[in-house]
Design a protein around this ligand. Structure first.
Ligand code: HEC
Length: 229
């Protein structure tokens, strides 16, 4: 409700301001101003809930899209505040006010785009046909925590470059019994053979190492021994 008011109402304000300008009826401009005041007030709880969503769904990780979203939210608050400031004393339809309406509307569009990209956007690059079986498994079981081979829980421990990818057997050992590289960090969930069979794990391994792979970090030999075969 807060988000929809903070983002929908500036759009309505812009429409009302345009109607006011075209029809030369100041009542509409006054309604637009009331919309902006409403949007300004509702922006604060909207930003607060955006913050809690970020903590809950993205574990407070500084993703690039989150950083851009924070900047654009700040800009929106400023545009709304300036629209109210410039419109005081009955100057509902001055050029400065209209400019702020347009800027606030553009900020709202950008925030909607960024939010939708975060929530529904691609979580992995597209794979050539021979790796699509592995890609499917990755999208279903891994990409929520590892979008684009990253790691939203612990950005340093990305899938791309992970030392466990040195060998399929080690990758399998890791999935079945993920050992922490360091004590006290969030643990990777255990992936049972019922969830992903050995055969599927191979497809997954091929997809990660061929499509997502970046240079690997060294494997800690005290955790896993590289098989000699
Ligand atoms: C619920 C979140 C979650 C899901 C789902 C998940 N992981 Fe992880 N993964 C983590 C966390 C947290 C870590 C870092 C902790 C660690 O390495 O023990 C991690 C670490 C890893 C690492 C090692 C990175 C390193 O450098 O040590 C690999 C490889 C990995 N995951 C692969 C996968 C694969 C493949 C899948 C899908 C089958 C998957 N993960 C699904 C949370 C998840």
């Amino acid at each position: 409700m807060f988000v929809h008011t903070a983002s929908g109402v500036p759009t309505l304000a812009l429409l009302l301001a345009l109607v006011a300008a075209l029809s030369r009826r100041p009542d509409f401009a006054k309604s637009a101003r009331h919309c902006m005041v409403l949007a300004f007030i509702f922006s604060f709880p909207a930003v607060f809930f955006g913050f809690t969503d970020w903590q809950y769904f993205f574990w407070g990780v500084w993703l690039e899209l989150i950083i851009i979203k924070i900047w654009v939210s700040g800009a929106l608050l400023i545009f709304l505040g300036l629209a109210i400031f410039f419109g005081r004393g009955g100057r509902f339809a001055s050029r400065a006010v209209l400019t702020c309406y347009v800027l606030a509307f553009l900020a709202v569009v950008a925030l909607g785009y960024l939010g939708a990209t975060l929530a529904f956007g691609d979580k992995a690059p597209a794979a050539p046909p021979q790796y699509q079986a592995g890609e499917k498994i990755y999208m279903k079981d891994c990409s929520a925590c590892h979008p684009y081979g990253g790691n939203i829980v612990n950005a340093k421990l990305s899938v791309t470059g992970a030392p466990q990818l040195v060998d399929l057997k080690i990758f399998l050992l890791y999935l079945r019994d993920p050992k922490q590289p360091k004590p006290g960090i969030a643990l990777m969930p255990i992936v049972t053979p019922e969830k992903i069979s050995d055969e599927q794990a191979k497809q997954l391994f091929d997809y990660i190492t061929k499509v997502l792979e970046r240079p690997r970090r060294p494997l800690d030999p005290s955790l896993y021994q590289i098989p000699s075969s």
